[in-house]
Design a protein around this ligand. Sequence first.
Ligand SMILES: Cc1cc2nc3c(=O)[nH]c(=O)nc-3n(C[C@H](O)[C@H](O)[C@H](O)COP(=O)(O)O)c2cc1C
Length: 197
Amino acid sequence: MNSTIDTIKNRRSIRKYENKKISKELINEIIDAGIYAPSSHNSQPWNFTIITHKKVIDELSDEIKAWYASLVKIGVPLSFIKKVREAVEGMRRMVNSEKDLFFYNAPVVMIIHAKSHEFYQKDCACCAQNMMLAARSLGIGSCWIGFADIVLNKSRKMRKKLGIPVSHRIMATLVFGYAVKFPSKALPRNRFKKDFI
Ligand SMILES: Cc1cc2nc3c(=O)[nH]c(=O)nc-3n(C[C@H](O)[C@H](O)[C@H](O)COP(=O)(O)O)c2cc1C
């Protein structure tokens, strides 16, 4: 197997991080790999907000937690609907946990945001994947936090607080850090349909 395919197959979402900072040089190296992603018309729509202050990460995590806690309250009366009940139970577990189940105590939270543009979501997803792969190749773990994307897109207040232009949409929230352990095996992938024509 060549080293690129090896990195792709060994990247895993990491949810336990060591209490160790990532140097600015490495963060910049990861971003540099991100911006070599393809983008429609070479538009390169991505912007990055990088949070490394633990206090700011904790505050953001608490605000996200509070947002989901309010959703639980709204969902409870509708819990007779199976799908709502399951979603409420999942959110309740996250909200009530002592652990940080949003950012997993990662030392870096990175938000990719962009102004609306044709294909900007796809462009930024390519950029995010480049960064997660680059991180893995540098011995750094990562995880995409879609739960944070949702809240940050809803909350103008949080975007403003982080200095993200309110006209920008949140494309991806990624956490990075040194993995306590890289799982040895990828999760099994589903069977898929493959048609050669
Ligand atoms: C758009 C997107 C959103 C995700 N959101 C979360 C999340 O909020 N929390 C989390 O722990 N993992 C999240 N993940 C990670 C997935 O759960 C993970 O990629 C999947 O289970 C496959 O595992 P692997 O990444 O280790 O191969 C997200 C992944 C993607 C692509």
